[in-house]
Design a protein around this ligand. Structure first.
Ligand code: NDP
Length: 500
């Protein structure tokens, strides 16, 4: 920069010569209201915070590169996968879910795993978590559920009573709660965890054939978790531990990597799968639907400016690209609406013009105006379609194939209540008995007991008994161990459940 370019100026570009002393009457004051620079500095400072995300407020971001290693073109025509060796720039934002922007990185919580691929067909956002399932299967429950993870309306403290009350009344949460209570609920750092689309999506190939898909990012750093005790210690020692870990690794060129894999299920297989393949509280077993390799994601750059590139980053599951589409998953359908809506509230209607969110390839449409329109607003080009002046047209080759639905009857279906989808226990049982090591089981039981001990009177016994019934249904040994840890005599519960 030459001397002219280095001048200190007001936001409107007017040079000024004094930065630290406000104009005053005499050296001791009072101040003059005409010192506009003081007002501008203060006014801007007062407005530095934008609304924090209601969920996933505390996060860390990095840029990286996705490289295709295997051919999946028989399943998808998505251009980012069309050639082995092809590289696509991407951004990731990891996060915790329930805490505020300043909360500790090692809280027991799922971790957000949101990836934005800057593809030539537009930005593809895969907005998942570090767990393959979620607490609820209908988006209408989301606000109630999240309230239980936030602060008690009276005490303004986190409340195990609210959490366990809600979970015990919504047993569909059990699978996710078990993972949350295992040491995977307190990952060592963002580098040492997997990421999952969790939802089922569609892949569509060149012949316009649809196949259902789940995406998995498998960490190359290896799974590493804190025990409950070490996570608690780290909350006090370094609340920003995961952010620091990510920055240190990338700045020292120890670039973290994940392998992207997919599971696919044909539409025919979906019809006879013993669980609803679009139920977000269920996984597809690997033995029946093996993981297929796709590519490698490497994170190699920390954004230069956290606010501009991480706080202002906005991911939405609605942002898919040609060759990738939605599924009937009710939670996904709900998120298609709510994520862009949340960004419009938090960042404004033109949030996709913010450089980190902006598609680096062609964007043409007739949306105009709105707060903070910063891209020239289409200049003098037409602002309506059709028109006789430009030659911008929809391209029918991008049309997605029709989706076959299972019913044409609109209703409010509580599928749990009708006994169709009330198996909340088999899959957590598979995890507890077949996947967890002995040490995992010991630590999970201990974490559950520690957390449930926080449930307070007057509802304590009621909530504990209700939740114990769920743990027993997952695994009798698990139920017994939790009951013993809480000092509860379970003979009455066992009798009621017909368990001797
Ligand atoms: P598999 O044995 O084929 O796979 C088990 C999976 O569980 C692996 O992906 C493993 O991930 C993961 N895992 C290991 N320990 C834990 C833990 N403490 N908490 C959560 N996940 C863990 O089994 P299935 O595919 O038949 O699934 C059995 C159970 O495993 C499921 O009910 C589910 O709870 C869990 N699971 C299944 C996944 C799936 O998509 N099928 C994905 C993740 C979990 P890693 O390889 O990274 O260690």
């Amino acid at each position: 920069m030459n001397k002219e370019e280095k001048k200190l100026t007001s936001a409107s570009g007017s040079p000024y010569y004094e930065h630290e002393n406000t104009q005053s009457i005499g050296p001791r004051g009072p101040l003059l209201i005409q010192d506009y620079v003081f007002h501008e500095k203060m006014a801007h400072f007062n407005r530095e915070r934008i609304p924090e995300r209601i969920v996933h407020a505390k996060g860390s971001g990095a840029y990286g590169t996705f490289t295709v290693t295997h051919d999946i073109t028989k399943y998808t025509k998505a251009k980012l996968f069309n050639k082995i060796g092809k590289q696509t720039k991407m951004l990731i934002r990891f996060s915790t879910v329930g805490g505020e922007k300043g909360s500790a990185d090692t809280e027991r919580d799922p971790r957000g795993f949101a990836v934005k691929f800057y593809t030539e067909d537009g930005n593809w956002d895969l907005v998942g978590n570090n767990t393959p399932v979620f607490f609820i299967k209908d988006p209408k429950k989301f606000d109630d559920f999240i309230h239980t993870q936030k602060r008690d309306p009276k005490t303004n403290c986190k409340s195990p009573t609210m959490m366990w009350d809600y979970w015990s009344l919504n047993p569909e949460s059990l699978h996710q709660v078990l993972i949350l209570m295992s040491d995977r609920g307190t990952p060592y750092s963002y580098r040492h965890m997997n990421g999952y689309s969790s939802h089922t999506f569609s892949l569509i190939n060149k012949s316009n054939e649809r196949i259902w898909v789940k995406f998995h990012f498998k960490t190359e750093q290896g799974i590493k978790n804190f025990t409950g005790a070490l996570a608690e210690e780290m909350r006090g020692k370094d609340p920003d531990w995961a952010q620091r870990d990510l920055v240190n690794a990338i700045e020292s060129e120890d670039f973290p990597k994940w392998k992207l894999k997919i599971q696919v299920m044909t539409q025919e297989q979906a019809k006879s799968f013993r669980w609803n393949p679009f139920d977000l509280t269920k996984i597809w077993p690997h033995k029946e639907f093996p993981l297929l390799d796709v590519g490698v994601m490497e994170l190699n750059k920390i954004p230069d400016n956290y606010f501009a590139e991480v706080e202002q980053s906005a991911f939405a599951p609605a942002h898919v690209v040609d060759g990738i589409s939605y599924s009937p998953d009710k939670m996904l359908q709900g998120r298609l609406l709510s994520y862009p809506d949340a960004h419009r509230y938090r960042l404004g209607v033109n949030y996709e013009q913010i450089p980190v969110n902006k598609c680096p390839y062609a964007v043409n449409n007739y949306q105009r105006d709105g707060f903070m329109r910063v891209d020239g607003n289409g200049g003098s080009s037409p602002n309506y379609y059709p028109n006789s002046f430009d030659d911008v047209e929809p391209d029918e080759s991008y049309k997605i194939p029709p989706m076959e639905l299972e019913s044409n009857i609109a209703d409010w279906y509580d599928r749990n209540a009708h006994g169709e989808e009330d198996d909340h226990y088999t899959q957590p049982g598979m995890l507890f008995r077949n996947v967890m090591t002995d040490q995992d089981r010991v630590n999970t039981i201990s974490n559950i007991i520690t957390s449930m001990k926080g449930i307070e009177v007057p509802m304590r016994d009621k909530i504990i008994n209700r939740q114990l019934c769920h743990w027993f249904r997952v695994d009798i040994g698990l139920g017994k161990a939790v009951a013993e840890g809480l000092g509860i005599d379970v003979s009455a519960i066992l009798e009621e459940m017909g368990i001797r």
